[in-house]
Design a protein around this ligand. Structure first.
Ligand SMILES: [Mn+2]
Length: 180
């Protein structure tokens, strides 16, 4: 079992950092964060992952959008959670200075491939969580691209965790119904 204390510390940090942010469906953003963490916790148990690795995976899951979406920085995470978690969250962060979404995704995947499996698996959990029915505002091209991007993530990171890659694979297949 993972450390409840570490879980709470990262959850509270994320809750403070994401403040009033909302998901595309209007829920408090922390619901997205805890869904990703839930997927990771389930996978850690399924894979009987070592305690320390599970704690790192879960902390990275809870903090995975902090650098990308809040005022908090790499240094803030480094100071509170140490080097390995900070490096993990950084790899899970899109570099918004890169011009296109495609370049941002490629860059993040490259950084993730330099990280251990317990960090890579967070990206699978994130996409599993996000492959829900697309918002009404999305056009056919955007839905198609999102599906294609999910397949790309899957193909690059599937070795990180057998349970999550299986779960993402079925989510990808289910998502086909939204492609026109
Ligand atoms: Mn996310």
């Amino acid at each position: 079992m993972f450390s409840q204390d570490k879980y709470l510390k990262a959850l509270n940090f994320a809750a403070v950092a994401h403040k009033e942010q909302k998901t595309p469906k209007g829920l408090p953003y922390i619901t997205h964060i805890t869904c990703v963490a839930m997927e990771v916790i389930h996978a850690c148990e399924e894979s009987k992952m070592e305690l320390e690795l599970a704690d790192k995976a879960i902390s990275c899951a809870l903090l995975h959008d902090v650098i990308e979406d809040t005022e908090f920085t790499y240094d803030d995470i480094f100071n509170e959670f140490g080097l390995e978690v900070a490096e993990g969250v950084d790899a899970l962060t899109k570099d918004k200075n890169l011009e296109t979404k495609q370049l941002q995704m490629q860059d993040s995947i490259e950084k993730l491939l330099g990280q251990p499996y317990e960090v890579q698996m967070v990206k699978l959990a994130d996409r599993i969580t996000n492959l829900t029915p697309p918002p009404e505002s999305w056009d056919a091209q955007k839905i198609f691209n999102y599906h294609k991007e999910a397949k790309f993530i899957m193909s690059c990171l599937k070795n990180s965790n057998a349970y999550l890659s299986k779960r993402l694979e079925s989510k990808i297949n289910e998502y086909r119904v939204y492609i026109k």
